[in-house]
Write a protein that binds this ligand. Sequence first.
Ligand code: MN
Ligand code: MN
Length: 292
Amino acid sequence: MVIVGAPLDWGTTYRPGARFGPRAIREADYLGADGWRPHLPTGINALDVLSVVDAGDLPVVPGYIDQSIDVVADAVERIARAGAVPIVLGGDHTIAFPDATGVARFHGFGKVALIHFDAHADTGESHYGQLHGHGTPMRRLIESGAVPGHRFVQIGLRGYWPGPETLAWMREQGMRSYMMSEITERGLDAVVDEAVAYAAKDVDAVFLSIDIDVVDPGMAPGTGTPEPGGLTSRQLMDTVRRLARDLNVVGADIVEVSPPYDGPGEITAFLANRVVLEVLNGMAERKVATSS
Ligand code: MN
Ligand code: MN
């Protein structure tokens, strides 16, 4: 696994600050460099099982979104080609486009499923007349063919966006989008069972894109576009670990952590840090299970 930061927030539409996300997520790790403690539920020390390196931040170009996207896509592709799994710390959600594109350049366009946790669909046709911003990455991935619509599963949508035209477009593309209202009604486990079956159908590679605003702002206030009524931090952590254990995760990003808006005690940064650890633990469980 290669962890990299993509410290850009010039694709945000409301509160900025996600450029400081990678730093805050790293600083939330107080577990110590020697002997990362084993994950209590599994007894597995992911850092013993996996080879994990933090390669620092990518040289994104402040204020220049197209150039920054190229930097991120090329880096992610290089990591994938080297046989490693890229885990990108955002940054705003604009980076899902270069992240999943970089992975798809190696694994094949159309060969990677994308499981997207978010309050927002991020399928906008345009970002104030521009192609790229944090509200459009999923549309651009579908249009380019990197990740076709029928390979998309979205979990946690709620609030007041997008409108009916975009929702109709999403259905036409074959996207499977689970709103919080459906999750509350049916239960998260039932939805995730279905999501796994849908996303993994005919493909053996999955990208996880995790917008921290999928979690309720009561538990994750440090984000640019908070939307009340989300998942609990426990639900997100358990779900990403399960997905990383049960599916072949070939890349992941954790985005939209905006430290200037975080609550006392840096609770959002801690959550994002632990979400990354749960992904690593799920991957480690998978490796232990398949090698024994
Ligand atoms: Mn998003
Ligand atoms: Mn969002």
